[in-house]
Design a protein around this ligand. Structure first.
Ligand SMILES: NC(=O)c1ccc[n+]([C@@H]2O[C@H](COP(=O)([O-])OP(=O)(O)OC[C@H]3O[C@@H](n4cnc5c(N)ncnc54)[C@H](O)[C@@H]3O)[C@@H](O)[C@H]2O)c1
Ligand SMILES: [Zn+2]
Length: 664
């Protein structure tokens, strides 16, 4: 096909895909859509005479007339996209000497909020950029982070992004396996398309501001971020960058930190810091000249679901695992993803052979979010049929709960045995680093390992009988097993993988005064429920499984494994003159010991701070006393600390105090 034909074809495709997307039913992942736009843009650049009229690349969004149309005071535009450092440098070259801020690009939907003489009167979607939808009612009912009043007269318009937090998204999908949301962005957009807020009440959104217009500039601060903060908004964090290198470093830091956030980012935005300069730079057909969006690697892609394998877990849960044609998503090549359970498969209507959307965001394991475009089916797709018997031992399965999870309840099921052994050896439990999953599986296969206590009967001689184990590795394995005899109450309980008992349960039992695993096994359910945060279901599970595990506990003891509470399982004893006594601290960034330069794991440093009298928290709030910063600090926490007046100290100061007090 010639360029002209191809342009026409791509333009039609872009138009159709956009229509579907802005209707709330995308047919492809964003990354695939962007690739089509890129090809079209390149062809039009090379052949400007064949540019389609109208050119979809010069339009914004789509007209929406769901609610009442409202004309924007100033167009709400798209952003010019960049993916390479040269493009960032070119942006700086266009505006020599102008200060630039870099901020995260949140992936939600943009809203304009209008305030009249201090009172919030209206919320409008972007729509086609010129005219949006009046969604005031929905936004009032569902969006957090918007002050009812602002201290500024005249007309004030605050623009920003409404997002669904990842935690809200996950909680919603866990509670509604029958009506799953595909991704947080789509969920946010869908929420604001609802006719009645009551039908989407659990789908709360959060607003982050990034832009401001006012008729009385004297009422607000000059600096955009300060202005938004003083008006009572959480602003996207903006960092001033003197040159393209600095901007590139901030962009990279934002991308690095994106896994730690509770919301999706799809890039970083560069923008002229000076509001007048930004306005003076003007606009193109559909984007401001004074801003640039740097796009990050996609967290969602489509690929083919080639098979589904039912995998037996350590507690006997049989979970469907998707086997995928390799796809690069969320920074790695993914070939496996979770499908959760049969109810999720049914609700999402997924079949083997389908082109599915795979999402890998943050540290969450990749999952199959659904089928975007069922019209791609050829008829060769196959239903996913859950097994009736355990894939490992053949025993009939039982179903549990609303999502109809499948379980094998055979305690001597071989697959479960292997999983439990691997779990016992894992870092959070006995930490038998030198014996990896592959060896555990082989040792279990030949019957040498069945229970965790069997590790402690292994000898170098037994191991040396295996072809690929030599003197050195046998010695390392035995040494590693030996060290794990100090596992103690908390980690042993984690290692036994008792259904419903979490790591938190183990910690709480230690802190409640239980001194050994046997003592926990001896406790009545009433005594267990008396422990803070342990409910009747967890207590019943502990009682039942520990009773069953009695002989195993005896074997572990006989073989020299400590099941007693350890110092590290308990809150540290703190002297009254401890340097951080009574302080609530939040730790952020990479921590390293200044004496050796070695990286220190976060939990270890936390423990040191606790020994120094501090209570540690995971996020900055009004009750935080100190924010301790390490290297490559996530900027969101800093802004929040600043806003709340929380003192920020560098880790070096804390290390000095810890060292002086003989704690570190
Ligand atoms: N999957 C599909 O079929 C399909 C179809 C059409 C569009 N899309 C996706 O929609 C997006 C295109 O929309 P677009 O062209 O309007 O661009 P965009 O959404 O990528 O960029 C503009 C938007 O960025 C948002 N934003 C977030 N943080 C911001 C900040 N700090 N400063 C300024 N703006 C900020 C604003 O809402 C603004 O409207 C792309 O991601 C594209 O992949 C997908
Ligand atoms: Zn089984």
């Amino acid at each position: 096909m010639d360029a002209r034909g191809r342009i026409r074809q791509l333009a039609d495709q872009v138009t159709a895909l956009r229509d579907a997307y802005y209707q709330g039913a995308p047919l492809v992942a964003d990354a695939e859509y962007d690739a089509i736009e890129d090809e079209l843009r390149r062809l039009i650049d090379e052949n400007p005479q064949w540019a389609p009229v109208p050119n979809p690349l010069e339009l914004v969004g789509a007209p929406t007339v769901l609610h009442a149309p409202v004309r924007h005071s100033r167009p709400m535009l798209s952003l010019e996209k960049a993916t390479r450092p040269e493009q960032v440098a070119a942006f700086f070259d266009r505006f020599p000497g102008q200060p630039v801020v870099v901020m995260p690009k949140l992936d939600g939907l943009s809203l304009a909020l209008v305030f009249q003489d201090g009172r919030w009167v209206r919320a409008i979607t972007r729509g086609d950029g010129t005219t949006g939808d009046d969604v005031t009612l929905l936004v009032r009912a569902l969006v957090d982070g918007i002050p009812e009043r602002v201290a500024a007269s005249g007309r004030v318009e605050v623009r920003g992004e409404a997002v669904m937090l990842r935690s809200t998204f996950a909680a919603y999908n866990a509670a509604h396996p029958d009506q799953p949301l595909i991704n947080p962005r789509g969920a946010a957009a869908g929420t604001l398309r609802a006719k009645d807020p009551a039908t989407v009440a659990e789908r709360r959104l959060r607003f982050f501001a990034f832009d401001l217009d006012t008729t009385n500039p004297g009422d607000v601060r000059v600096d955009l971020q300060e202005a938004l903060g003083t008006l009572g908004f959480t602003a996207a964090e903006m960092r001033h960058c003197a040159d393209a290198d600095a901007a590139q470093a901030v962009i990279e830091a934002i991308e690095q930190g994106r896994n730690d956030l509770d919301y999706d980012l799809d890039g970083a935005v560069l923008r002229l810091a000076n509001r007048d300069a930004y306005a003076a730079a003007g606009t193109r057909s559909n984007s401001p000249r004074g801003a640039l969006a740097f796009k990050f690697a996609a967290e969602e892609k489509t690929t083919v679901l080639s098979d589904v394998v039912w995998d037996v877990g350590k507690t006997g849960k049989i979970a469907p695992v998707a086997h995928l044609e390799p796809v690069f998503v969320g920074g790695t090549t993914v070939t496996r993803a979770t499908l959760a359970n049969q109810e999720v498969i049914r609700a999402r209507g997924i079949k083997i052979g389908d082109t599915v959307l795979v999402r890998r965001a943050g540290d969450v394991i990749p999952f199959v979010a659904g089928v975007l475009d069922a019209s791609k089916r050829t008829g060769a797709e196959r239903d996913i049929v859950p097994p009736t018997g355990c894939p490992s031992c053949g025993q009939p399965l039982t179903e549990q709960g609303n999502s109809r999870e499948l379980f094998c309840t055979n305690v001597s099921c071989p697959a479960q045995t292997v999983r439990r052994l691997i779990h016992w050896a894992s870092r959070a439990a006995a930490d038998i680093e030198a014996v990896g999953p592959v060896w555990i599986e082989r040792l279990a296969e030949v019957g040498i390992l069945e229970h965790p206590s069997d590790f402690y009967r292994l000898t170098a001689e037994t191991l040396l009988e295996f072809d690929r184990i030599g003197d050195v590795s046998a010695a390392r394995m035995i040494e590693s097993i030996d060290a794990s005899r100090r596992v103690g109450l908390r980690r042993a309980l984690i290692g036994l993988a008792i259904p419903m008992a979490s790591e938190g349960t183990a910690t709480r039992l230690c802190r409640a005064g239980f001194s050994s695993l046997e003592e926990v096994a001896d406790a009545t359910e009433d005594q267990l429920v008396a422990v803070e945060d342990i409910g009747p279901k967890v207590a019943a599970s502990l009682s039942m499984h520990l009773a069953r595990l009695r002989p195993e506990l005896e074997r572990l003891r006989e073989r020299g494994v400590s099941l007693d509470v350890r110092d590290e399982d308990l809150p540290p004893v703190v002297a009254s003159d401890a340097p951080l006594a009574g302080k609530t601290v939040v730790i952020t960034g990479a921590i390293s010991d200044p004496r050796t330069g070695e990286k220190v794991p976060r939990p270890t440093f936390q423990r040191l701070c606790e020994k120094a009298g501090a209570t540690t928290a995971s996020s900055v709030s009004a009750s935080t006393d100190l924010l301790i910063t390490g290297g490559d600090v996530g900027a969101a926490k800093l802004t929040k600390a600043e806003k709340l007046g929380v003192e920020v100290v560098d880790q070096s100061q804390i290390w000095d105090q810890l060292i002086a007090a003989n704690i570190a």
